[in-house]
Design a protein around this ligand. Structure first.
Ligand SMILES: [Ca+2]
Length: 104
């Protein structure tokens, strides 16, 4: 019998990725901070973050993600599935999850 562990691995990676994303979100205290962090990470200035730009954003906020964790984070935030994080996707993630776990 062959055990396919890839789903399990992805779950683990996704789990770690989520706690690191939670840390990043907790550091983004206001919408102005979100905007400036996003703009600083958008090195190509195309208004969207690629996987590597997303990784840089997390790193800039002190959260170092493994490449596969960046990939999991990208899939979490990329709600329209085009492989990039547009600002509206980013702010929706920040607002949507932020409302649950943080006090303002
Ligand atoms: Ca997108």
């Amino acid at each position: 019998m062959k055990i396919n562990s890839s789903e399990h691995v992805f779950y683990q990676v996704g789990h770690h990725s989520k706690s690191k994303l939670d840390l990043v979100r907790s550091l983004l205290s206001t919408e102005e901070v979100v905007k400036s962090a996003f703009d600083a990470a958008d090195e190509s200035k195309d208004g969207a973050l690629s996987a590597s730009e997303l990784g840089h954003l997390c790193l800039a906020l002190g959260s170092s993600l493994e490449p596969q964790e960046v990939e999991a984070a990208l899939q979490t935030l990329d709600t329209d599935g085009n492989g990039k994080i547009e600002y509206d996707e980013f702010i929706r993630w920040w607002k949507g999850e932020g409302a649950k776990g943080f006090l303002y």
